[in-house]
Write a protein that binds this ligand. Structure first.
Ligand code: AMP
Ligand code: GLY
Length: 433
């Protein structure tokens, strides 16, 4: 079978890597891909927004399955276009992708069906939003642009003054263009965060390993929000009890709500959770695999990913078992110094051949230039190690990181550190996480 993956990040490299392991795959393509993906897949540079051109490519190449990485094409209706053309695609249709495409849509759905999430109010005028903030007691609050804003649309504010500035920037100055024409203002929730990927076929679902990602640029969650500086899985903060609560209070009610609304959700439902004292609550839904969580979740998937993806597309997930590895995986992202603000690219990347064979290196912002691999983006590489213990996986990932060099290389040194401590303490008090 011929498969096409859409996207250019380390998430897509991990998808290409995992899909390629299936005996069903004879050829794998990626659009547009990157400097690492092009070693494993046939890459073509087409726009992900031109569905007609993508469909033509798929037909010309005889591709039987397309797997979508990023959210923009899904929210833009790529699945609808492919389905209308009679082509198999993995990813929800436009209506279903609204769960990520509109925060207000997602919050209203959760409110209607009693799915635990932060209390919220939504606004389509600057005056109304500012008026609402004036009535709140001073303290932390979260302001979110309704539409897609490349992962930058949510601002956690510690004071109302900050929240006013965020509302002004989104609705007044339109820093996210139309995405900020409506905003959600919501309660600040406290706790550990977790990302739970749910494969859904519109009837049944299967859970992948719960992960935790690290969004801030600097250690100890300081610095700016980024696309993600690392991840690990499984996260011990999702204990069996938390997982049960997430299934019964969030995953199942959400899938039931979608069915009742007549929405056929086929693909991955990414549940961003806050593990609060009252149990897990939804921070956000995404309509796709997360990055960098995918880089740790797929290496812990024993099952054939092509089988699972085809089961989703053909709506037979209920008859398709899933097997997960009993191990830990840690991903450290190597970024260009300065990211997520200004950074330079074009620096040669050295030492990849020194990385031990059992460590995975997924490329993001890389490209080949005159036979050399050079940096080409903010996030450059995802270095992923697996081990029987979390602390070992952390150690192996950081050892491999030391092998890889490029100018202005930046990475966080505390990926999975809190979880390692938590596990040590849990062992000390004989609590099994
Ligand atoms: P989102 O764009 O909704 O994923 O939010 C981005 C990040 O902002 C999340 O991963 C959280 O770290 C934080 N965040 C979003 N909503 C809340 C909330 N209600 N309470 C606390 N933190 C939040
Ligand atoms: N890891 C966050 C995201 O993929 O949106």
């Amino acid at each position: 079978m011929k498969i096409l993956v859409l996207g250019s990040g380390a998430r897509e490299h991990a998808l290409v890597w995992k899909l390629s392991q299936s005996p069903a795959v004879e050829e794998i393509h990626c659009i547009p891909g990157n400097g690492g993906i092009c070693q494993q897949a046939r890459c073509a540079s087409l726009s992900l927004n031109r569905f007609d051109e993508l469909i033509r490519y798929v037909r010309e190449q005889g591709i039987q399955l397309t797997v979508v990485g990023p959210e923009q094409p899904l929210v833009g209706g790529i699945a609808d276009a492919f389905q209308a053309a009679g082509l198999a695609i993995f990813g929800p249709n436009r209506r279903a992708a609204q769960l990520e495409g509109s925060k207000i849509f997602a919050k209203q759905l959760m409110a209607r069906y009693g799915i635990p999430t932060a209390h919220f109010a939504s606004f389509d005028s600057l005056e109304a939003a500012l008026g609402y903030l004036n009535q709140l007691p001073d303290g932390p609050v979260v302001v979110k642009a309704d539409g897609l804003a490349a992962g930058k649309g949510s601002v956690v504010c510690s004071t109302l003054a900050e929240a006013r500035r965020a509302v002004q920037a989104m609705m007044g100055e339109r820093i996210f263009q139309e995405a900020g024409s409506r905003v959600v203002i919501e309660e600040f929730m406290e706790g550990e965060e977790a990302s739970l990927f749910v494969l859904c076929d519109g009837k049944d679902y299967r859970l992948l390993v719960p992960a935790q990602d690290f969004k801030r640029a600097l250690d100890d969650d300081r610095g700016k929000n980024t696309g993600g500086m690392g991840a690990y899985a499984p996260t011990p903060f999702v204990t069996p009890e938390v997982l049960r609560a997430a299934r019964t209070r969030i995953v199942e009610p959400t899938l039931e709500a979608l069915q009742r609304e007549g929405i056929d959700y086929r693909g991955v439902l990414y549940c961003g959770l806050m593990l609060t004292r009252e149990g897990p609550r939804v921070v956000e839904f995404n309509c796709r695999f997360g990055d960098p969580e995918t880089q740790v979740v797929l290496p812990l998937l024993k099952s054939d990913l092509v089988d699972l993806v085809m089961a989703v597309v053909e709506q037979r997930l209920g008859a398709t078992p899933i097997a997960l590895e009993d191990a830990w995986a840690v991903c450290v992202v190597l970024a260009s110094g300065g990211y997520p603000d200004q950074y330079q690219t074009g620096f040669p990347i050295q030492g990849l051949e020194e990385v031990p064979e059992d460590v995975l290196v997924f490329h993001a912002g890389t490209r080949r230039q005159e036979g050399r691999l050079v940096t080409a983006g903010g996030r450059v590489l995802s270095v992923v190690a697996r081990a029987a213990r979390l602390s070992q996986a952390v150690e192996r990932a950081y050892q491999a990181v030391e092998n890889i060099q490029f100018q202005n290389r930046h990475f966080r040194r505390d990926i999975a550190r809190r979880a390692c401590r938590w596990l040590e303490n849990a062992a000390g008090t004989s609590r099994t996480p």
